[in-house]
Design a protein around this ligand. Sequence first.
Ligand code: CAA
Length: 379
Amino acid sequence: MNFELTEEQKMVRDAARSFAQNELKPGVIERDEQQKFPADQIKELGELGFMGMMTKEEYGGAGLDTISYVLVMEELSKIDASASVAVSVNNSLVCYGLEKYGTEEQKQKYLVPLASGQKLGAFCLSEPEAGSDATSQHTTAIDMGGYYLLNGTKNWITNGNNASIYLVIAQTYPEKGHRGINVLIVEKGMEGFTVGPKENKLGIRGSDTHSLQFTDVKVPKENRIGDDGFGFKFAMQTLDGGRIGIAAQALGIASGAYELALAYAKERKTFGHPIADHQAIQFKLADMHCKIESARLLCLRAAWLKDQGLPYGEAAAMAKLMASEAAMEVTVEAVQIHGGYGYVREYHVERLMRDAKITQIYEGTSEIQRLVIARNILK
Ligand code: CAA
């Protein structure tokens, strides 16, 4: 077993680290306060090849492996999880699905601009009454012959306003249950498609999360991805990969908070000593470090399995479950180590703590990950 990264993987990780320090860190507190989407930074990330990292170069991507994707997600998320979730959704939920299941025409028209960072994508599965229970889609895509007539509402859509290409899951044949669901490519500007107001969130406040409304939107037949009725399996398969991205995001949030807490513990003195000399703090640091390293191994293992072409759904669920739980626990302790300073904005850890929470919720809650894992154990 080899735990060594390749030279290319190290180079990609270092590029992401320096981008995060130089381009994301300045202004991250203000963007969080003002709920400002990091549009310029996402554009630059596109120019660097980070918006289509695993997409083949012939389709505008960087042609890198999933391990590199994990490394990049960790580095970006240490500093700005609002930016990194835009990267994750575009890479794993939009580009991946289009590359794997799209037609050549769909790839040329949609994947190339998405993977090269000229356009941003969104993945639209959740609805007011369909979150964990993803099969109970109320959005309908009625087959009208030459086009689908799309009606319904999607909720909590990441990149909701800044995206221009949306993969929308909708029910075509309600009597067929999950086998009657389709996935359609919808473009911003199609008549009847409107973006609702931005959600005012606890964390990842720079990410633009919106509801979307579809009223009699005519979506051309050629915009359906895959066979008729393939939409639910499409969503499940893309989410398997998406969960690796969110696991790596959680890992980054945890390691970012840990690095800040470690530096602070060495600097801050109480009772005549740096607080790192006190065993109460040492034990916290030891626990945080172990949780982060365990999460890292699970993330890399899931990524490695995907790169080898082996089944990775369960491994991705395990990585997401453990990394997001670690993110929550580690960030809470990082605030505690900082004491009163941890509770104010300038020290970054309170933001990381708020950002950590969403990793236990989106792309499948911790409870859904446990369900996926348990079903795999018991099958
Ligand atoms: N890969 C391929 N197929 C899969 C699959 C997978 N990982 N998981 C399930 N399927 C297939 C099953 O084989 C089954 O097909 P057949 O009947 O033909 O065999 C079909 O899908 C239905 O599967 P289940 O019976 O297991 O379905 P279920 O209703 O019990 O639900 C679930 C399964 C795992 C709970 C699923 O609903 C789920 O993952 N829910 C969570 C949804 C989620 O993650 N939402 C996140 C929203 S997106 C987001 O957050 C993005 C963002 O903006 C950041």
